[in-house]
Design a protein around this ligand. Structure first.
Ligand code: GUN
Length: 294
């Protein structure tokens, strides 16, 4: 069997068009423009690339971005001051502090200083707390986890009652996506690098979310025939045949797993573009809330 391809590029392009239309409507009716502030600390190449992609995506849909590129040795106090200033800016409806922050920075304090109404990444402790409880809707849901659920929904995958397995337990993906699946009435298993007999546990999945950060770890014989596989991993592996010396692969051995799975999202080209689309979605929703549009 060859799996249905869950095309994150195509699905995210549809979502971006939806947002572009809403931004144009907001401009026409209210003369308002949604705004996203990006905060980048230090010179990590991957973080720079992610933030650049986010700024470019904003421009394409009619969201203004406000870039704050700060030195890697900025103090906790200075960084807090920047966040507080952005909180006060009425043209900004969303604040994105790119993670990871340098080791000397207390990340929890910085994320907790973001205005709840502008927490479009959904990492404020209160939003995460609400996400982790029943019937306590957070104002914003973190972008990558929300993107995984959106991929399932827009592919017509039923979640309720299914065996969902999340491989990985990070704050950014594994834990929040597990909460979202639970809220949608999946039967949930979270597993990770210390799980005993990982292949057997992964094979329970009707829906598998792979977010462990190990290149091509999930093999064909780990996957139940017909399962839906969402690959969150983006790992650089050496490849001397490429000009840049590496290529990106997911956490799933795509070529072999696609022969077993019922549907599969590739990486790159699956969850990555959805993360950006969900950031735009959260920013648009925040601007609409601010304008009293919903
Ligand atoms: N670093 C890796 N993923 C993310 C994300 O979704 N948001 C932020 N702010 N930082 C990240």
């Amino acid at each position: 069997m060859t799996a249905q391809l869950i095309d994150g590029k195509a699905i995210s392009a549809t979502i971006r068009e939806e947002i572009k239309t809403e931004a144009a409507e907001m401009k026409a009716k209210y003369n308002r423009v949604p705004g996203l502030a990006t905060v980048l600390v230090g010179g990590r190449k991957d973080s720079q690339a992610y933030v650049n992609m986010k700024k470019k995506a904003c421009a394409q849909v009619g969201i203004t971005s406000f870039a704050h590129d700060l030195p890697g040795d900025i103090s906790q106090e200075e960084l807090l001051k920047v966040v507080k200033e952005i909180n006060e800016n009425p043209d900004v409806h969303g604040i994105l502090v790119q993670l990871p922050l340098p080791d000397h920075i207390d990340e929890e304090e910085i994320l907790g200083a973001i205005d709840l109404e502008k927490d479009v990444d959904g990492f404020h402790p209160l939003n995460i707390g609400r996400l982790s409880m029943k019937r306590r809707d957070p104002l914003f849901v973190p972008c990558t986890p929300r993107g995984c659920i959106e991929l399932l929904d827009r592919t017509g995958v039923e979640i309720e009652g299914k065996e969902a397995v999340v491989l990985g337990r990070s704050n950014i993906v594994g834990l929040p996506v597990a909460m979202l699946l639970l809220h949608r009435n999946a039967t949930l298993t979270i597993c990770h690098s210390r799980t005993k007999d990982l292949p057997k546990v992964v094979k329970r999945a009707d829906i598998l979310i792979a977010a462990v950060g190990r290149p091509e770890m999930v093999k064909a014989d780990w996957v139940k025939p017909g399962a839906v596989v969402i690959d969150v991993g983006t790992n650089a592996v050496d490849d001397p045949t490429r000009k840049r010396g590496y290529r990106l692969v997911g956490d799933v051995a795509f070529d072999e797993v696609k022969e077993v799975a019922g549907a599969i999202s590739p990486s790159p080209g699956g969850v990555g573009p959805m993360t950006i689309a969900m950031l735009l979605r959260n920013t648009m929703d925040s601007a609409k809330r601010d304008a009293g549009m919903e």
